[in-house]
Design a protein around this ligand. Structure first.
Ligand SMILES: Nc1ncnc2c1ncn2[C@@H]1O[C@H](COP(=O)(O)OP(=O)(O)OP(=O)(O)O)[C@@H](O)[C@H]1O
Length: 319
């Protein structure tokens, strides 16, 4: 397939969507996704993730704005743009009475790609579906059906793959398989954009993370930078003797007792000049509260996400 070597995978400019009901599902969104990136779009239910993906994939028309996929305009150059995109939708939409092989082969044909049985076999093998190739879709488990959806999306060799909630409701094993698969695809140069509710998924896989709330892309950041910049740390002290309550003398650090009083936890801003850690330890020594061990842990993306959602709703209340 001819590609534009210098074009980013996706360029979204001034994209908005107001549904016929009057609901504004997307406020102006600008976003550029580089080739070969794994981009995770995080947001609570109804934030606008599916709307955004559906516009980029040409399923929903935008109200204003433009989208380029590999340099091709999704509205004025639909075929060129759409051929470059594979979409694994949230809902399982596939013909229950067809076999796996027929369904996936048919999907490739929809994009006017020449038949390539060897390629289809490879996809099915990669997804552990080859031994199910003659099974009717309706006889497969939910997890297997989801794999079929991925195989369909990959059948026309897209360079950009959208995964809308790829692991919603799947078991841990399948989730890990999916992650491995996504990494393999990335290693082959496929750009991957996934939406997810699972912060763990973004943390595990994404190069960059975007957070969307009420139709607004409030943050786009390199994952590691985001975690460093916004991350707080938690200090855990493993006490020699259990405490029944946090001593009043430690109140200014506002620590919490966990593990039946065996551990004391203190949360601090890792970037602050004065983290409060040395003074807390000195105070504990002065009080004769000994500890056997200690560790600090970077806050997870989940902690960051929760605090962003919280900030946004308190700003709204204040406005
Ligand atoms: N066809 C439609 N007509 C009217 N409103 C719609 C339509 N599709 C979605 N919406 C509304 O637009 C908003 C954004 O929905 P969207 O499905 O994009 O969110 P989401 O972030 O993907 O949510 P979820 O995580 O639940 O899938 C929601 O308020 C939804 O009810």
């Amino acid at each position: 397939m001819t590609t534009s070597p210098n074009a980013p995978a996706i360029v979204i400019q001034g994209l908005t969507k107001t549904y016929a009901s009057g609901l504004q599902a997307l406020k102006p969104v600008d976003l550029t996704i580089a080739k070969g990136e794994i981009f995770a779009l995080l947001g609570p239910n109804g934030a606008g993730k599916t709307t955004l993906i559906s516009i980029v994939c040409g399923i929903v028309n935008p109200t204003t704005g433009s989208v380029l996929a590999d340099g091709y305009d999704i509205q004025t150059q639909f075929r060129e743009a759409r051929t470059r995109i594979g979409l694994v939708p949230q809902e399982l939409t596939t013909d229950a009475f067809e076999t796996v092989l027929a369904t996936v082969t048919f999907s490739r044909g929809l994009f006017s790609r020449a038949p390539n049985p060897a390629f289809i076999e490879k996809i099915l093998r990669d997804l552990s579906l080859w031994d199910k190739k003659d099974n009717k879709i309706m006889t497969l488990s939910g997890g297997m059906k989801r794999r079929v959806m991925i195989a369909k999306a990959l059948s026309h060799e897209p360079e950009i793959l959208f995964l809308d909630e790829p692991t919603a409701g799947v078991d841990v094993e399948l989730r890990r398989d999916m992650w491995a698969l996504v990494r393999t695809l990335r290693d082959r140069g496929v750009t991957i954009i996934l939406t997810t509710h699972y912060i763990e998924e973004a943390e595990e896989m994404a190069d960059r993370v975007g957070v969307i709330l009420k139709g607004e892309l409030i943050l786009v950041e390199d994952k590691t930078t985001l975690m460093k910049k916004l991350g707080r740390k938690t200090l855990t002290l493993n006490l020699i003797e259990t405490l029944e309550a946090v001593p009043a003398e430690l109140a200014e650090w506002n620590p919490t007792l966990i593990a039946d009083g065996h551990e004391l936890q203190y949360e601090f801003d890792a970037n602050a000049e004065d983290t409060g850690v040395p003074s807390l330890i000195r105070r504990m020594e002065a009080l004769g509260i000994g500890f056997k061990d200690l560790n600090t842990r970077q806050s997870s993306l989940e902690d960051i996400f929760v605090s962003l959602v919280h900030q946004s709703s308190s700003q709204e209340k204040a406005a």
